[in-house]
Design a protein around this ligand. Structure first.
Ligand code: GDP
Ligand code: IMO
Ligand code: MG
Length: 426
């Protein structure tokens, strides 16, 4: 392997969890570097499904260390709940195998309340957030009033930071959102009650990465969300509140950019999006319903129905430029079975002209018209295929055409949710 970054190429839910789980068998550690429990990463092994929101998707491999980097926003309650659920199944989630950066910011009750209250108040311009407090927690980080996991060992600092943060938050909650103010002593008390369970997990992530690397082992960096939900490069303002692109794998875990040798894009064979925002290839017809039902396109975090549409190679190409993808993993090809025709968006029509790039003005992506290429569909099931050559000709052609349009090799093909339903191309 190589020190590898895994990035969602679209708007999230591309199947990153499955791929990280599969690749982590060959790695010393898996590091989450951004986002929080807005993520829902699914792994299926022998019909047993695991959905992870915070814990890295390497946790099912007993020799792989799982690290949560400084760039993650950590809800302590969700973290402990996730630990408990895995422990019940006999999975080792002790601090020997799982650790959190002291520099990771904590999501507290007021972040979740503000997230939900703000969404409830927005009319017509809802982002459709997961309501997990992600945006408000990152806001506090940038405003330099956030709490970090390491503060759990310093009750006096914790108490003072919460008191200070709530001076402003309570005005907002009470005056604007008409909600009851939050008592800082309650938040502090609740957090201090959890601290004894959490503090054994605190670590210096940079040092752990250095040790593993020095032992000659490779490290996998697990992105959450997707390229087009990136706060800078995504479909702003319909994005998440972190940088989801590969550059942030360095900042969010404390390694230099030169650390990475492979940067993998995970893309579905079609496109999905949860929440609001432009989606040029969205299908509001029977084909969209077919993709949603056959692909079980319901959110792993919120259960919301995902919007579905054709594969869009304009957004995939944008991802190559910003992330430096070395190769692509294409997932969910099996879901395209039995569609009479397959369409690939190759460019957009915008302002009467053909364009190959995403227009950068806010909202412009909602005004483009996709230009499609068509090819015949396929009827044979492919979920049992174990090599590229076993795939029907149409599927091979589809993959090769996407490679041509995006300019990057598709190195892994996923034909089902199971760990084993994966074709690694030589
Ligand atoms: P993530 O957020 O990128 O990890 O993706 P999610 O777990 O939210 O959503 C991907 C869904 O597709 C999960 O239910 C996976 O079990 C499922 N999945 C992954 N790869 C494949 C595939 O190749 N075929 C099918 N049918 N399902 C897949
Ligand atoms: P994974 O890692 C898909 C979307 C939300 C909303 C927007 C902002 O499973 O791919 P937020 O709660 O982050 O402030 O919401 O981002 N979103 C995701 N969509 N997959 C995800 O994660 C997502 N995480 C956030 O639906 O549109
Ligand atoms: Mg997901």
């Amino acid at each position: 392997m190589a020190n590898t970054v895994i990035i969602g190429a679209q708007w999230g839910d591309e199947g990153k969890g499955k791929i990280v789980d599969m690749l982590s068998a060959q790695c010393g550690a898996v590091v989450r570097f951004q986002g929080g429990n807005n993520a829902g990463h699914t792994i299926r092994v022998h019909d047993e499904q695991t959905i992870l929101h915070l814990i890295p998707s390497g946790i099912l491999h007993k020799d792989t260390l799982c690290l949560i980097g400084n760039g993650v926003v950590l809800d302590p309650y969700v973290f402990l709940e996730e630990i408990d659920r895995l422990a019940e199944r006999g999975i080792d989630v002790s601090p020997v195998r799982l650790a959190v950066s002291k520099k990771a910011h904590l999501i507290l009750s007021y972040h979740k309340q503000i997230d939900k209250a703000r969404e409830a108040k927005l009319v017509g311009q809802k982002i459709g957030t997961t309501g997990r407090g992600i945006g408000p927690c990152y806001e506090d980080k940038i405003a330099r009033v956030g709490l970090r996991a390491g503060d759990l060992t310093n009750p006096a600092l914790l108490r003072e930071k919460i008191r200070h943060a709530l001076l402003e938050k309570n005005t907002l909650l009470h005056e604007l959102y008409k909600l009851d103010p939050i008592n800082p002593d309650t938040v502090t008390g609740d957090l201090l009650a959890l601290a004894p369970r959490l503090t054994p997990y605190l670590t210096d992530v940079e040092a752990r990465i250095e040790e593993i690397s020095a032992a000659g082992k490779d490290i996998l960096f697990e992105g959450a969300q997707g390229m087009h939900l990136d706060i800078d490069h995504g479909t702003y303002p319909f994005v998440t509140s972190s940088n989801t692109v590969s550059g942030n794998a360095a900042t969010g875990s404390g390694v230099p950019p030169s650390f990475f040798t492979r940067i993998v894009s995970v893309s579905k064979a079609y496109t999905t999006r949860v929440g609001s925002g432009p989606f040029p290839t969205e299908l509001l017809d029977d084909a969209g319903t077919y993709l949603r039902e056959k692909g079980h396109e319901y959110g792993a975090t919120t259960g919301r129905a995902r919007r579905c549409g054709w594969l869009d190679t304009v957004i995939l190409r944008a991802g190559v430029r910003v992330n430096g993808f070395t190769d692509i993993v294409m997932t969910k090809l099996d879901v395209l079975q039995n569609l009479p025709v397959l369409r690939i968006c190759v460019a957009y029509e915008y302002g009467g002209k053909r364009c190959d790039r995403i227009p950068q003005e806010e909202g412009a992506l909602a005004d483009v018209r996709p230009v499609y290429e068509e090819m015949p569909g396929f009827e044979d099931g492919i979920a049992g295929c174990t090599s590229f050559e076993q795939l029907p000709d149409t599927v091979q052609t589809y993959i090769q055409r996407v490679e041509e349009l995006v300019g990057v090799k598709i190195s892994i093909i996923s034909v089902g949710p199971e760990r084993k339903q994966t074709i690694v191309r030589q």
